[in-house]
Design a protein around this ligand. Sequence first.
Ligand SMILES: NC(=O)c1ccc[n+]([C@@H]2O[C@H](COP(=O)([O-])OP(=O)(O)OC[C@H]3O[C@@H](n4cnc5c(N)ncnc54)[C@H](OP(=O)(O)O)[C@@H]3O)[C@@H](O)[C@H]2O)c1
Length: 237
Amino acid sequence: MKKKIIITGGKGKFASYFKKYSKKYNIKFPDKNKMNILNRSNLSKYLNANKPDYIIHNAALSRPMSLHEKDIIQSINKNIIGTCNIVTESSKRKIKLIYFSSNYVYPCKKGNYKETNALLPKNNYAWSKLGGECAVQMYKNSLILRLSVTEKPFAYKNAYTNVKSSFIYHSEAASIVMKLLDQIGVINIGGKNQSIFQFAKKSNKNVKPIKHNSKIALVPKNSSLNLTKLKSILKLS
Ligand SMILES: NC(=O)c1ccc[n+]([C@@H]2O[C@H](COP(=O)([O-])OP(=O)(O)OC[C@H]3O[C@@H](n4cnc5c(N)ncnc54)[C@H](OP(=O)(O)O)[C@@H]3O)[C@@H](O)[C@H]2O)c1
């Protein structure tokens, strides 16, 4: 029998890249009307009716990052309290939980961050993702993925030459996630460490190089990831 997966925030951008795995798995993509992470009784009903083997917790307040500075209530509710609700409901039913965190939970100064490095979010989006991680860490049947993901083609007109990341595209990230479903702990997911401009120009020929003004604190300067753990797991599987 096919394993059952529920992807919270099922109408979100990242969630859409998991549709193609529906042949191998029985995947449900509930939106917030069907499965609202802020409503415990609604959550409970949906989980009792569907009995998943895995929850991929994708629902969140995501972009723009500035929204998390302007509206902390929404950010706290969706990303911290919503995640706490998912953890408690998963733990009651012993459902394997996979949580989408972010590379921005690292200090984003020197880059090449390993899963065991100290964390120090630079902005409220990153604090909200780390807030979610705290609850997930307490539930041992879980996997925290610190992702560096963006859209293909690169969606912006300008890209920073002096900001480094480990971006990969959603479709590549989704394919990696599906190989990690039975892992536990924390795993970084991303690609090559490079400037945003170097990455962006490969999928968007019109993108213009610009320099980041370091006074704007919201953009983390070097959020690149060390992928040694991911690479060794993928070789083994
Ligand atoms: N995009 C990236 O670069 C990136 C990088 C690293 C990690 N992530 C993480 O990946 C996840 C998905 O990101 P995304 O870019 O795909 O965001 P997205 O398109 O905004 O998807 C998030 C989904 O969550 C839903 N949602 C909001 N409140 C909800 C609630 N109370 N109950 C149930 N669903 C709710 C949203 O529905 P409505 O739109 O109807 O409110 C939306 O469909 C997030 O956890 C994000 O932090 C993203």
